[in-house]
Design a protein around this ligand. Structure first.
Ligand SMILES: [Zn+2]
Length: 334
């Protein structure tokens, strides 16, 4: 089938829309800050605007489908974002307005679910049937393809692995309110607080990272920079983060038994030296045979490419869940 789809990456910070050929080639992409207010349909309206611009400037009159990878949580049946902590709009529709505007089917999945589908078709998982995508970014999440089957869950929120409990004794609260969660300790947004808590256990250290951490000012990027310069406190924090991320990734492997784990997200992609240390420690926590561990070959485009593949090759069960005329059939099983 020669044609085009629109791929949409609805992030906490950025909104990206791509025009992609149905053989998976990214033709053109536009990026804007994600709308955070005004019209309750602001996000969908912006996607429609960008999609139309992309189509016009590439002389494309019609797209076959629209694929969306979005921040969650989702109501996957209706393709809406419900109560997201990452956007003040909280609740917004994606599937219905996009499908209407482009007169084409629109499919909405969680961003990491989209990304793993991209890995499965065109990335680190293209030669295997079992692949997991993990993002270590402002948050932590995952998507999984098991036996060639994209896992979705009852509401499409099957992979909240960032909220795996990694430290029962921790007093550090995650954004979700619970203590000791992987994301609460090690995501880009939470590393500064984690460092400050560690700093409170030390006294009078001659370290730039330590001083910044005691003032609550040690940003994640600065921590990694100072670690590379040999800063003693930064080194101690990084050692802790190594173990936490290794245990988190190992837990995901123990659950899904993948052949490949592909890791993306800004914290991972900007710090490949750190990630190779993390990968080196994963086996300390494994019961399952160790899979191939790699940074995503799709880089920053992982969600966008995945959203394109959701549109090009929508999984059978997603079609069943998101096609409106079959909603009742699906629900009547119980
Ligand atoms: Zn949590």
């Amino acid at each position: 089938m020669g044609g085009y789809v629109l791929a949409v990456d609805v992030g906490a910070t950025n909104l990206r829309v791509g025009l992609v050929s149905t053989n998976g080639k990214l033709i053109d992409v536009m990026r804007v800050p994600t709308p955070k207010g005004g019209d309750p349909n602001a996000v969908a309206l912006r996607v429609i605007d960008l999609g139309r611009k992309l189509m016009a400037r590439n002389n494309v009159a019609k797209v076959e489908a629209v694929g969306v990878g979005s921040i969650g949580p989702l109501n996957i049946r209706e393709g809406i974002v419900v109560g997201t902590p990452n956007n003040p709009l909280r609740n917004f529709k994606l599937k219905e307005p996009l499908s209407n505007a482009f007169n084409a089917p629109a499919y909405v999945v969680n961003d990491c679910v989209a990304a793993v589908w991209g890995e499965y078709w065109a990335g680190a998982g293209k030669d295997v049937e079992n692949v997991v995508y993990v993002t270590i970014s402002s948050g932590i999440g995952a998507g999984a393809v098991v036996d060639g089957h994209l896992l979705l869950g009852k509401d499409g929120n099957a992979h909240e692995v960032g909220h795996i409990v990694l430290d029962l004794r921790s007093d550090i609260r995650c954004g979700c309110g619970a203590k000791g969660h992987w994301e609460g300790l090690a995501s880009g947004n939470n590393i500064p607080r984690f460092a400050s808590v560690l700093a409170s256990g030390w006294r009078g250290l001659k370290s730039e990272a330590y001083i910044l951490a005691t003032q609550g000012k040690l940003r994640a990027a600065t921590l990694f920079e100072l670690w590379r310069k040999g800063d003693v406190f930064a080194t101690a924090v990084i050692k802790e983060l190594e173990v936490i991320n290794a245990a988190g990734i190992a837990s995901v492997i123990n659950v899904y038994d993948p052949e490949v784990v592909s890791v993306g997200g800004s914290v991972a992609l900007r710090n490949p030296d750190f990630m190779s240390l993390v990968f080196g420690r994963v086996k300390e926590f494994l019961i399952n045979r160790e899979p191939e561990l790699t940074l995503t070959p799709l880089g920053d485009d992982a969600v966008l490419v995945g959203a394109a593949w959701i549109a090009i090759k929508p999984p059978e069960h997603l079609l069943r869940i998101q096609s409106l005329d079959k909603v009742h059939k699906f629900a009547s099983k119980r």
